[in-house]
Design a protein around this ligand. Structure first.
Ligand code: TTP
Length: 194
């Protein structure tokens, strides 16, 4: 139980992240950051998600110094190329065609800012089977791809493309719950088993 009643803030607009944190029994508020995503291409994918996670947490922590603030960023990486959220249908199609029939990485950077600061990056390997053309078109007609890195959601219909996953499932959905809860514990925040 969260006996010390520390205030936890999730600096994210992602409905998946707040849901995962809630299911993990971590009481929290949601205050999205104003950080703009984008890279100059000089940093590695790992450096990029780490930097963004930290910027998101810092942006909110500045105005809430009494709280423990969590920031996160998730990208899909294929052959060293970063795939973020698609800009439109064509972009989403390009991404899914690249991911079809191959293995990619999903990286999530997590920053926790409280009395001390923590930053870690978790990687999950995901292998897609070849996506049949008709499935791809139907999927692109749905709402699912458009607010997700790599243009798919493993937790939804996008899970149908997945042949194999190595690593943390929740990391793909946007928050690696296991290392996050272990780190929060060091900040005096423990999960409530409902
Ligand atoms: C690959 C994959 C990504 N995603 C989501 C997780 C993230 O919400 C999103 C990646 O975008 P992010 O930029 O990491 O997060 P966000 O814009 O949704 O929210 P915020 O910046 O405010 O924290 O993709 C899934 O939900 N399922 C998946 O299978």
């Amino acid at each position: 139980m969260n006996t010390t009643q520390k205030r936890v803030i999730l600096a994210s607009m992602s409905p998946r992240r707040t849901e995962l944190l809630r299911k993990a029994g971590i009481e929290h508020e949601v205050i999205p950051s104003n950080v703009t995503e984008g890279t100059d291409g000089k940093e590695s994918p790992s450096e990029y998600v780490g930097r963004l996670a930290r910027e998101k947490a810092l942006d909110v922590a500045r105005d809430h110094r009494d709280a423990i603030v969590i920031g996160a960023d998730t990208v899909v990486v294929l052959d060293g190329v970063i795939l973020e959220k698609p800009t439109d249908r064509e972009d989403a199609k390009r991404m899914l065609e690249r991911l079809s029939g191959s293995t990619h990485e999903v990286l999530t950077g997590v920053s926790i800012i409280g009395a001390t600061q923590d930053l870690f990056v978790t990687t999950t390997h995901v292998t897609f089977d070849v996506i049949p053309e008709s499935w791809m078109e139907d999927y692109l007609d749905s709402e699912e791809p458009y607010d997700k890195a790599g243009a798919y959601g493993i937790q939804g219909s996008g899970g149908l493309f997945v042949e194999k996953i190595e690593g943390d499932f929740y990391n793909v959905v946007g928050l690696p719950i296991h290392p996050l809860v272990k780190t929060l514990d060091r900040h005096g925040v423990t999960p409530r088993f409902l």
